[in-house]
Design a protein around this ligand. Structure first.
Ligand SMILES: [Ca+2]
Length: 322
């Protein structure tokens, strides 16, 4: 009986140890590879890899000895993080740039420990430097990773172009847009040669923002922009196309002859006592027909601009009412 038990225990131990070996074998070595051939770079003699913790600093100085990669002889070069003394922490996001000794470099790409064993390749497109629009670098993607998480870093550039595919873990496209409105819009206006309408519509499309989100962000950033939704969103299930006949312009709270997002903002500023009665047409602002102007009027204008209802608050899908 004792012998039999021992045999069973031995058998179980063997199975456990085999499983443990399998688990270890599936863990990838901390090596990342760059498909230099896909970059079209020529005449280089060295390839370097620069890795840094997102939001932090690099492990080594740019193109120093510890950043040198190893030539695999097949057009790819690898960087063995362990051999350079780098340990990546689980759950931390990192960025990586490969470069050569001819001033060529890739655009920053997100990575973490799940990218070990993977290869970065170029798809032939160039990415505008988010800070300096005169600089462009090679766009890279991981062969086996989700582009929206580990791809080229999503950003709105200094002149208002959306670049990259992977949103940073500590922000959202919506927050990026608000920061753009607050910090970068003026610069983008000056150097992009685009109207507010073109700039903001392109950014919204690039970031996947809805008209409602754009309107909300404009209000939140307190930005004075000349933008209106180009199309009625099709989120409502039975929503027909906007009728062709022009609607009467109520709600022109700032008396500039048109109804747009600025009017909702003017109402909010008035309610917050940031402007006086002189700067608002109170009669025009009472779009809901109440005796005093309220936040409901501003909201009604926002919903109208987003195509959710008409200025009377009716859904566009009820044309048969009297
Ligand atoms: Ca107006």
């Amino acid at each position: 009986m004792v012998k039999k038990l021992t045999a069973i225990i031995l058998a179980v131990m063997m199975i456990v140890s085999v499983l443990a070996i399998t688990a270890v074998a599936e863990e990838k070595d901390p090596v990342i590879t760059f498909d230099v051939q896909s970059s079209g770079w020529e005449g280089y003699s060295r390839i370097f890899c620069h890795v840094w913790a997102y939001g932090g600093s690099g492990f080594f100085d740019w193109q120093t000895k510890k950043e040198r990669c190893t030539d695999n002889g097949d057009g790819t070069w690898s960087y063995d993080l362990a051999s350079k003394g780098i340990t990546l922490e689980e759950g931390q996001m990192y960025c990586v740039i490969f470069s050569d000794d001819n001033n060529k470099e890739t655009y920053q790409c997100f990575m973490d420990t799940s990218c070990f064993g993977d290869t970065l390749y170029c798809d032939g497109t160039m990415t505008e430097n988010p800070v300096d629009s005169s600089k462009k670098s090679e766009t890279t993607y991981w062969k086996n990773a989700d582009k929206t998480k580990y791809g080229p870093v999503l950003a709105i550039t200094s002149i208002g172009n959306v670049v990259g595919t992977a949103c940073a873990p500590d922000t959202t496209p919506y927050d990026m847009f608000i920061n753009f409105l607050k910090d970068t819009l003026e610069n983008a206006r000056e150097f992009s040669n685009k109207s507010d309408q073109e700039l903001i519509s392109a950014i919204a499309a690039g970031l996947g923002l809805t008209n409602e989100q754009v309107i909300q962000a404009i209000i939140e950033a307190d930005a004075d922009v000349d933008w209106a939704p180009a199309e009625v969103p099709t989120e409502a299930p039975t929503q027909p196309a906007t009728p062709d006949e022009p609607k009467p312009v109520h709600g022109d709270a700032n008396r500039d002859g048109k109804l747009d997002i600025v009017d909702a903002t003017v109402i909010q500023r008035y309610l917050a006592q940031l402007i006086t009665e002189d700067a608002i047409d109170l009669d025009a602002a009472k779009v809901t027909g109440r005796s005093t102007v309220s936040i409901i009027d501003a909201t009604r204008i926002q919903k109208f601009l987003a195509g959710i209802c008409d200025l009377d608050g009716n859904k566009p899908s009820t044309p048969d009412q009297a």
